[in-house]
Design a protein around this ligand. Sequence first.
Ligand SMILES: *Cc1c(COP(=O)(O)O)cnc(C)c1O
Length: 380
Amino acid sequence: MQFETLAIHDGQAPDPQTGSVTVPVYQTSTFERENLEHRGEFFYSRIGNPTRKALESTLALLENGRFGLAFASGVAASLAALQVLKPGDHIVAGLDIYGGSYRTFEQLMRPWGVNTSYAESESTESYEACITPETKLIWLETPSNPLLQLTDIRAISRIAKERGILVAVDNTFSSPYFQKPLDLGADIVVHSTTKYLGGHSDVIGGAVITSDTLLHTKIKNYQGAAGAIPAPWDSWLILRGLKTLKIRMKEHEASALYLAKFLEQHPAVEHVFYPGLTSHPQHKLAKQQMSGFGGMLTFALKGGLPAVEKFIARIKLFVLADSLGGVESLIASPAKMTLGPLSDEEKRRRKCTDNLVRLSIGLENAGDLEADLQNALSEG
Ligand SMILES: *Cc1c(COP(=O)(O)O)cnc(C)c1O
């Protein structure tokens, strides 16, 4: 069955007891046991809950994976995936990654004894060069945040497999509608379901998907032991978001491509980073490993930080906020906001200049968004 059919039907069949066409919110902490010897599938909601299970099954289906696990946030999901490692192991990650993942590597994993080296996100050779005998995991985020650089998932997975190294992909920016890392050879997919999967800026959540029984068992044990699980109601909200993922992603993408082209020809704009533009250095790779280019775009303004400040002060429809992937368009300054805590040196390494503006293109009319950008970019 096709993606949008799976998103609506499998994993969330009508409730057998009442016929309710949506999965009920099983707002319960515990479940009655038959007797001392026997219990049903569910007994305590930290370990398992039917609403969460429907979400986990649907997430697995959409990523073409065998197992899904839902978490209280994207960072909780990332940390859970990293539990397949042990002290002494080594990670190779992309340099241009979500700020919170960088924090997890540096502030949680490193003191625990797991060091991370950072490769140029767009260079397979750079990843290869960072591999040591201790490397057990390669962590990819593609397209990357905020520079929308791509990493060749298939090529990296091939290199990793030869050496017994796992590959995890943070697939938040693309969503499974546009990119399926497991099909390209990755072992683990991680999501912040807060973003496109939830899709309405009203819930925080995360997910880990894999087809490997051993990895799944390890991460599931950690989920139960560490306890960063999503509430039944939050699980339900994300399930609802998934049902419209396809039509939302198509619309996000169409508007993002339209606006990327508009910005690219505007005299106040120095550069536009969007994998759907033929000017993107990895446009060809984007067409190979993604079925669409997504709704995130970044651009560099001429005139540095003062130009960014003026632009943000003038923009009206785009909301100045840190998140992405919702129905409303958001605007952010990576240097000041999402990567604000990094040192100047770290920002320089990541090419995160202060003239960058990141846009999450929402579902408003593209012409209205264009007029808003045009007005904010105009002189006077
Ligand atoms: C937001 C985000 C995360 C973290 O997710 P939370 O739900 O905020 O914990 C991880 N990776 C990417 C790419 C993100 O955008």
